[in-house]
Design a protein around this ligand. Structure first.
Ligand code: GRG
Length: 279
């Protein structure tokens, strides 16, 4: 199987040369962990289907994720200087180009998905899942709730709602898309719940790592503490947050083991790698 970086590059290079294409490529190929594409590939393996047939959706997921990071880093949002260990897109290029690079990735992702070779009904269903999870009932809603944090989020229940949408939805999307591509759309809601648990655990882990690592080690700039952010660590304390993270990862893995007709080994192995990540 050609490596994922090559697949992303191929798709970006189909676009006409331009400054916005350069900025899209700069952020996309900056060495992210590729968790969302790998979740999709692990679900394909679990349902015993060829993972490569999901390449277009894997690339689309990474494009939407990267757009969200570019826009999240903008001065109007988090105003960050460092992302994936390099200057953020607006620092490397300029603010207008970074906005366009995000727009380009967000709009090119469904185009790639809909140009894939899957039957029309299947790709329409999967693209709808992708956009629902990314949009104003999913990740965009989470970002909106997060932005009004100072007035809105003061307790754990409210913070969970932010993370369920902001982080959980885009981790649920590959699981749900994998199920739909493999003919198991009836299980999409169960996969959504597993993704939400994984997303919440992942976000708590991010909060814990933020207290432990330097920006250089973590590859991104501002710390939550310096930003006065309400986090799972300052609401629950580090020990309770760590316990909660472990519990959520375990519950997600238990849910995966219960999925019918599914070989859970590849996906559990991936989640175990995420569980011990240090960046
Ligand atoms: C701008 C609509 C919009 C949304 C932004 C993703 C996001 C929402 C904000 C980024 C900040 C953040 C901490 C989000 C929580 C999800 C998260 C931990 C993202 C980072 O994902 P990783 O660790 O990143 O998979 P890499 O760089 O490895 O791909």
């Amino acid at each position: 199987m050609r490596d994922f970086e090559t697949k992303l590059t191929e798709r970006i290079r189909r676009l006409p040369e331009s400054r916005v294409r350069d900025a899209m490529e700069y952020s996309l190929l900056a060495g992210g962990k590729r968790i969302r594409p790998n979740l999709l590939y692990a679900v394909m393996q679990g349902y015993r289907q060829d993972p490569e047939t999901a390449d277009d959706f894997a690339c689309a997921l990474e494009m939407i994720h990267t757009y969200s990071l570019i826009h999240d880093d903008l001065p109007a949002m988090d105003n960050d200087d460092l992302r994936r260990g390099r200057p953020t897109c607006h620092r490397q290029f300029d603010e207008a180009t970074a906005i366009l690079a995000g727009d380009g990735l967000l709009t090119y992702a469904p185009q790639i998905a809909l140009q894939s070779e899957w039957p029309g009904e299947v790709k329409a269903q999967c693209t709808a899942v992708l956009l629902e999870m990314a949009g104003p009932a999913g990740m965009v809603l989470g970002q909106c709730l997060d932005m009004k944090e100072e007035e809105g989020v003061t307790d754990w229940e409210a913070l969970k709602e932010v993370h369920r949408n902001k982080t959980g939805c885009l981790l649920s999307a590959p699981l749900m898309i994998g199920a739909c591509l493999c003919g198991h759309a009836e299980d999409a809601e169960k996969w959504h719940e597993i993704g939400e648990k994984t997303g919440l655990a992942f976000q708590i882990q991010d909060d814990i790592l933020d207290t432990e690592l330097t920006p250089e080690e973590f590859g991104k700039s501002t710390s939550d503490e310096g930003n006065n952010k309400v986090t799972s660590v300052n609401l629950l304390g580090i020990e309770e947050a760590a316990d909660m993270m472990e519990r959520l990862y375990s519950e997600a893995e238990d849910g995966i083991r219960l999925m019918e007709g599914f070989d859970s080994a590849p996906l559990i192995s991936l989640i175990e790698q995420i569980r011990v990540r240090r960046k």
